[in-house]
Write a protein that binds this ligand. Structure first.
Ligand code: ACM
Ligand code: ZN
Length: 792
């Protein structure tokens, strides 16, 4: 696998010249670099890697194919290309290997082994030979590992950094899971064919084997269907509002005379080209055709498949469009589409979406209601289940299997469906326990549209928080799932939803390096995963990304604060942590940005008074990260146990019962562990200060991010009491910021007043309760996220 490079012939010329200069100039091209073993850094980590010392010189090597077929021959050529591009010299490829005759020829033997499992391989490299053994995917993976055994810089095909040798090593390997996937949403933003191929390259280099192609959604239909040309003529093009960022409320179909509509689609030839490219890299492409929901773009093109009570002139390209489940014609339409999808895509699985289906129209559609009556369906959940079962039956009749998001469990699972669990792993567990196959992609661990670092240091993303170490911690088999049920977990995958990913560069940024962590979570046996080893190996992986010219994220170089609060005195012990290895961390406590001469972090430090902690990572004198900043705030309520009128969500517990008085603020990432999430229109926080004290200020911070249904506090009323019984209002402040303000932002409400002697402080924090009219979730419960109640 290699990136197609147009400048390659020119580079080879230079390489040849360099080689010639080396011969005459006497450079040490035929010695193995002394540090070659230290450079072994394979990602994902194989089952076993044994370093033998020394290495194998590439300079006179030849490739021999043993027991090969035409595919092994192709792989031998691929290996020859790799060595040519990285060392400047192409080894010959010979069919057949004779140990008597050929063993002195610096042989690289590609040995086809019929006994090996499909994805299994071994590599043995000594000073005398290199043997790659396996078949098909296994041999392909062996070549990917050879690529990683080469110097990272050689992957850039730069004649100054050509490879001379491979380290001596013995590797045995087979993946933990058969489904090692990565998803790409091309509906929110269309991605061109060349980029899709590059995306597949990134999968292949990580020995990932599934590309889940999210081809249709409310915001654009991306696959040409011959029988229904309007799907792409109309459904693939929308008004270009990219300058305004992502705003669901403004996404509408392009006018017919729009001179520059925004969008695109794949022709069938495009798809065939991508399928062939993927097949050569042992990547299976799974097409996703969304139904019955996420269908606005298709329904704009063919409004006759809407419920008859829906507005057929609607131009909005939203998530919410749903096919009518009552009309017989809907099924004909979808089966026609599936026929063309099946003809095009060879995958066993066809993903039919099935997520987030609004039942709003179904509830009042005469055809849908008639269908429910005729089929004896009790509610609209069962109507959804009817829909999916019917589509499954059709797919099975075509020898394909249905795959859908975990909502397909609702109303009863189709008999042979495979479930992709995104709303946590519970849906997957439930399906596995019913003997259905499952792919785990819980959003909190697998959605690469989430922030990978402090939002203050990141480009705009969807929300949430998913740094590298959390991806690494992903295990698709949750505790408690054992035996045969656990065997139903085929694996997992990362997902890239592209609302905030309008460009190829941004897509690379969001998936790399998190894809490396995902690959290891899916490939390496759980007991052999080792975060520290991964961090160290990633140092070379970053150099590979540099050589390949990839726009990978640097978020993992940022510093984290791991803070332990002493329960007796609420002093804080700060540890500085990084997801990257081998960098210096420096910090300040006076609010200034760290420099190369700031204090070098070497052990945890304690704070007993308020301070602003700022930290950054340095490679020598060069700062290579953003500046992380956190305020440690001592106040009258520090460490006092707050009594809350609402239960905090088990999904967003912060640090538990002391979260609101733990002296720490959250970042803009609502999932960073400092925010407590509540549902309700008022949160009352009662704090007993322990003794009567003068109080003159109460402040509350809330997190605001409407795109994830999270709204800042509307107001704060402070009441004070000496005895905890009779409370007197002290002050009320209203939030003047418009709730329509885009997030994420942190909103502070501060009530100040003349000092009052009080022991008991009551903060009434007003939330919205329900999502407002203008919001996509209008009427549904709104989140209130609070991180601290500061009393002074
Ligand atoms: C999904 O994120 N709606 C599958
Ligand atoms: Zn209907």
């Amino acid at each position: 696998m290699s990136r197609p490079l147009k400048i390659y012939p020119a580079l080879l010329m230079i390489a040849a010249l360099t080689a010639a200069l080396c011969i005459f100039g006497g450079c040490a091209k035929d010695t193995v670099p002394s540090d070659i073993s230290e450079e072994i850094a394979i990602v994902p980590q194989p089952l076993s890697v044994e370093t033998l010392g020394g290495g194998f010189l590439l300079g006179k090597s030849r490739i021999f194919v043993e027991n090969g077929d035409s595919e092994t021959q192709r792989l031998a050529d691929l290996l020859a290309n790799l060595i040519e591009q990285t060392s400047g010299r192409r080894p010959s490829v010979t069919e057949g290997y004779d140990s008597g005759r050929d063993s002195s020829k610096m042989p690289i033997i590609l040995s086809r082994s019929d006994q090996a499992a499909q994805e299994e391989y071994t590599i043995e490299i000594t000073a005398d030979h290199a043997v790659l053994s396996g078949r098909n995917a296994g041999l392909f993976y062996a070549i990917q590992v050879i690529r990683q055994l080469l110097p990272a810089e050689s992957l850039g095909f730069d004649p100054k950094t050509m490879a001379t040798a491979l380290p001596a090593v013995r590797i045995r390997d087979i993946p933990r899971f058969s489904w090692r996937g990565m998803h790409l949403d091309v509906s929110r933003h269309f991605m061109p064919v060349d980029f899709v191929k590059r995306y597949i390259d990134y999968l292949a280099m990580h020995r990932m084997n599934i590309f889940h192609w999210h081809l249709t959604d409310g915001t654009g239909w991306r696959l040409a269907i011959d029988k229904y040309p309007l799907l792409t003529d109309k459904g693939a093009w929308r008004k270009d509002i990219r300058k305004e960022g992502w705003d669901f409320t403004k996404i509408v179909a392009a006018e017919e005379n729009d001179p520059a509509p925004y969008g695109g689609f794949y022709t069938k030839d495009d798809v065939r080209e991508i399928l062939a490219y993927a097949a050569e890299r042992y990547v299976t492409v799974i097409p996703e055709i969304e139904m019955p929901g996420h269908a606005s773009a298709a329904l704009y093109a063919y409004p006759e498949y809407l419920c008859s009570n829906a507005d057929s002139t609607n131009r909005e390209f939203r998530n919410s469009g749903v096919f009518c489940a009552g009309k017989e014609e809907t099924f004909t339409f979808l089966e026609d589409i599936l026929n063309e999808v099946i003809e095009l895509f060879p995958s066993e699985y066809i993903h039919i979406g099935g997520d987030e289906v609004s039942k709003r129209f179904w509830k009042a559609c005469p055809e849908c209601q008639a269908r429910m009556k005729a089929e004896g369906l009790d509610d609209e959940e069962e109507l959804q289940s009817y829909f999916i079962r019917r589509i499954e039956k059709y797919l099975i009749s075509k020898n394909r299997r249905l795959l859908g998001w975990d909502e397909i469990l609702e109303g009863g699972l189709a008999p042979e469906a495979t479930v992709m669990s995104w709303r946590g792993m519970q849906g997957g567990v439930k399906a596995a326990e019913q003997n259905h196959d499952v792919i785990m992609t819980p959003e909190n661990l697998c959605y690469f549209n989430l922030y990978q670092g402090d939002p203050d240091l990141e480009p705009k993303a969807w929300g949430g928080y998913l740094p590298l170490n959390q991806v690494y911690s992903f295990d698709p088999v949750p505790e408690g799932l054992t035996g045969d049920s656990a065997k139903h977990v085929l694996g997992g995958q990362g997902c890239l939803w592209t609302e905030f990913v309008p460009t190829e560069e941004m897509a690379e940024y969001m998936i790399l390096p998190r894809l490396s962590a995902m690959a290891e979570a899916l490939w390496t046996p759980a007991g052999q995963k080792d975060w520290d080893s991964f961090r160290r190996r990633m140092t070379k992986q970053y150099r590979r990304f540099e050589s390949l010219g990839v726009n990978y994220a640097k978020s993992q170089f940022n510093v984290y604060f791991d803070v332990a609060i002493d329960p007796d005195n609420f002093n804080a012990t700060y540890s500085l942590v990084s997801d990257a290895a081998g960098l210096d961390m420096r910090y300040t406590l006076d609010g200034s940005d760290p420099t190369a001469s700031s204090t070098l972090y070497d052990s945890p430090f304690e704070l007993d008074e308020s301070a602003v902690v700022k930290a950054a990572s340095f490679d020598g004198d060069t700062m290579v990260s953003g500046v992380r900043s956190e305020t440690y705030t001592r106040h009258l309520a520090s460490g006092k146990k707050p009594v809350l009128s609402l239960d905090y969500s088990s999904r967003f517990p912060g640090e538990g019962e002391y979260t609101l008085t733990n002296c720490r603020y959250g970042s803009k990432a609502y999932g960073d562990g400092q925010w407590q999430g509540f549902l309700g229109s008022e949160l009352v926080v009662d704090i007993d200060l322990g003794a009567v004290t003068d109080v003159s200020e109460v402040a509350v911070t809330s997190n605001h991010n409407p795109s994830v249904w999270l709204f800042m506090a509307e107001g704060l009323t402070v009441e004070l009491s000496r005895d905890g019984k009779k409370f007197t209002p002290a002050a009320t402040v209203k939030n003047e910021t418009d709730q329509q303000t885009k997030g994420p932002i942190i909103s502070e409400l501060k009530a100040t007043f003349a000092p009052v002697a009080a022991r008991h402080v009551r903060a009434r924090i007003k939330g919205l309760g329900k999502c407002p009219e203008w919001h996509v979730g209008s009427g549904a419960a709104a989140w209130l996220f609070v991180d601290e109640v500061v009393v002074k």
